[in-house]
Design a protein around this ligand. Structure first.
Ligand code: 5GP
Length: 195
């Protein structure tokens, strides 16, 4: 097991409905040393990629992205979630359905902060059905930028997102891939990775 898998086993909680709670270290209380390790690992996995911007989505991606950005020496842009539709032409917009909240949101990024010169690393805490990532990819493409890679902390490998995103040809690097989890026993099985 790698450092993140070990931490998930130690402090993660499997909930009903295919939800893994990691709020003790990832998306409520945040372990910055752990984020730093994640940044180091993504830097290694994306060696040779010309990345000049990190894009994430509020809220739980932001903390991770900020620490990771220190390893890539680049700014972080986060897509804002918005229910209002007051799009004034200054924003890139994508529709995103939330897996955890079962709601539909728009995510928006100002045109000022994403352009065709950008080589973007997408970062997020979870990958489930891939809706959030597809929204971010759509926004980068709308800006004329390039998605250089995607870094996910926890991929739920039994949901469809990972396969969809890899089939689209992106370099998707998930630090922990949960193959199965059981809410009754709390057992979590990870996919073997030879990274
Ligand atoms: P997707 O768009 O891939 O279906 O879902 C990704 C988003 O849903 C992530 O940004 C994350 O916030 C949330 N999410 C999905 N599954 C889980 C989960 O098992 N636990 C937690 N804490 N968040 C999740």
């Amino acid at each position: 097991m790698n450092f993140l898998e070990e931490r998930i086993v130690k402090d993660g909680v499997v909930k009903e409905g295919d939800v893994l709670k990691v709020d003790a270290f990832l998306n409520h209380q945040m372990d910055i040393d752990l984020f730093n390790e994640m940044g180091k690992e993504w830097k290694r996995r994306f060696t040779g990629k010309n990345i000049n911007k990190i894009l994430t989505v509020e809220a739980s991606g932001i903390g991770i992205a900020c620490i990771v950005a220190q390893h890539f020496n680049c700014p972080v842009v986060f897509a804002k979630k918005s229910k209002s539709i007051n799009i004034d032409g200054e924003m890139y917009v994508a529709d995103v359905e939330s897996f955890t909240h079962k709601t539909k949101n728009q995510v928006i990024v100002s045109k000022k902060f994403l352009t065709e010169d950008d080589h973007v690393l997408l970062i997020d805490d979870f990958l489930a059905n891939g809706c959030a990532l597809q929204g971010l990819i759509q926004i980068v493409h709308a800006a004329g930028g390039t998605v250089e890679g995607i870094g996910i902390a926890v991929e739920k490998g039994f949901q469809t997102g990972g396969r969809i995103i890899r089939n689209l040809g992106y370099q998707l690097e998930s630090l922990a891939i949960v193959e199965s989890m059981n809410a009754e026993t709390g057992e979590i099985v990870f996919r073997q990775q030879n990274a």
